[in-house]
Write a protein that binds this ligand. Structure first.
Ligand SMILES: [Zn+2]
Length: 366
């Protein structure tokens, strides 16, 4: 059985038991069954993440070496130069625009990570290395591309790009027929067994208008939830997407300095932030929450257009009020061709605590 579309060994796949395609030392592809933990949420506090070990640093170096190989210097889907994103479970390097479409398919099909900004688990790096890069992946996913078929190019419309990427990875229309049959059966099984799958398929239809990078900088005067201190981490929620920082042990004034990336759908609501105390033996305790109104930044950025054409200036402002969690007014600035906003929040429904964020907005239609 092959799980969803991650034909390759996909440790980040959501489903507990699956098979993936592996490349043998001789170069042929074969199907291998792999069992894995279902726990993705919370992976940062488990042994799965070892971004700071020597072995982890070595693997990250190998990933960057792979990125710099010639066939990985162009996006696997639209051939745009210099891709900096990757689908960790599929094993391809992709450009920013294609990464937005990959995200819209859902993580059960494509788990998008930034090669430069995100923290990778050992398993995610291993599966990228195992696939071997864009030409190996495309040899499988585009093996039966119809003659005369035009792949999207770097300037293709969002629709054209989305059609191709969905056909290639979700519907697997260009795969070897023998692999495709196995895959379709498997998808039916998954659909019957899991009610969440159909929901995710619907979510895949959502069109995203941009990417929000949230640098979770620090917390101050956080609430005590253990004997004397807390082990805080931050969870961000935007619609159905969640992202979390690592846990910092015994610290009420932690510095996370961690960038979390979320896709922003056309109809977006507020970004929700929650701080939790990590507990090994019991449920994690909440240490306050706050909401960020994304509208001032996105509206201003849309009105001003491509930030790379603007000089450094303030383009908008989210004002502190009784109805929001801001500790002070928050300006939306263009600086160095990027749209950024510093946000300082007082946590709600808790005795004390503040959190500082830096938001960056990247529109997908530029
Ligand atoms: Zn691309």
């Amino acid at each position: 059985m092959i799980c969803c579309s991650c034909l390759f060994v996909s440790q980040s796949c959501l489903f507990p038991l699956f098979a993936g395609l592996r490349r043998s030392p001789g170069g042929e592809w074969f199907v291998a069954a792999v069992e894995m933990s279902t726990s993705r949420f919370g992976a940062n506090v488990n042994k799965g993440t070892s971004g700071f070990t020597t072995a982890g640093a070595d693997k990250m170096r190998k990933l960057k070496e792979l990125l710099h190989k010639r066939d990985n210097r162009i996006c696997a889907d639209c051939s745009a130069p210099d891709p900096k994103w990757a689908s960790a479970n599929i094993g391809v390097f992709i450009c920013l625009k294609c990464s937005g479409v990959h995200r819209s398919l859902g993580t059960h099909i494509s788990k998008v990570l930034s090669v430069t900004l995100d923290e990778w688990t050992d398993d995610e790096i291993s599966s990228m290395l195992e696939v071997g890069g864009n030409s190996y992946a495309n040899a499988i996913y585009e093996a039966f591309l119809p003659g005369g078929y035009h792949k999207p190019h770097p300037d293709s419309s969002q629709e054209e790009r989305a059609d191709f990427i969905r056909s290639k990875y979700e519907l697997q229309e260009f795969l070897k027929p023998s692999l495709r049959i196995v895959s379709i059966n498997s998808r039916k099984d998954v659909g019957n067994a899991s009610s969440s799958y159909s929901f995710k398929s619907e979510a895949g239809m959502v069109e995203f208008i941009g990417i929000l990078k949230v640098k979770v900088i620090r917390g101050t005067k956080l609430a005590v939830r253990d004997m004397l201190s807390s082990d805080p981490y931050v969870v961000l929620t935007l619609g159905q997407q969640k992202a979390k920082t690592r846990v910092i042990k015994s610290n009420l004034n932690p510095f996370w300095n961690e960038v979390l990336t979320l896709s922003v759908p056309q109809r977006y609501g507020p970004l929700k932030l929650q701080v939790y105390d990590h507990d090994v033996l019991s449920r994690d305790d909440i240490m306050g929450e706050a909401e960020v109104d994304l509208q001032p930044m996105i509206t201003a950025a849309t009105a001003f257009g491509d930030p790379e054409l603007l000089s450094d200036m303030q383009i908008g402002r989210w004002l502190k009020s009784r109805d929001n969690a801001l500790t002070k007014d928050s300006a939306v600035n263009v600086g160095g061709g990027k749209v950024k906003q510093e946000v300082s929040l007082r946590l709600q429904n808790v005795e004390s605590g503040e959190v500082e964020l830096e938001l960056e907005w990247i529109a997908l239609n530029q």
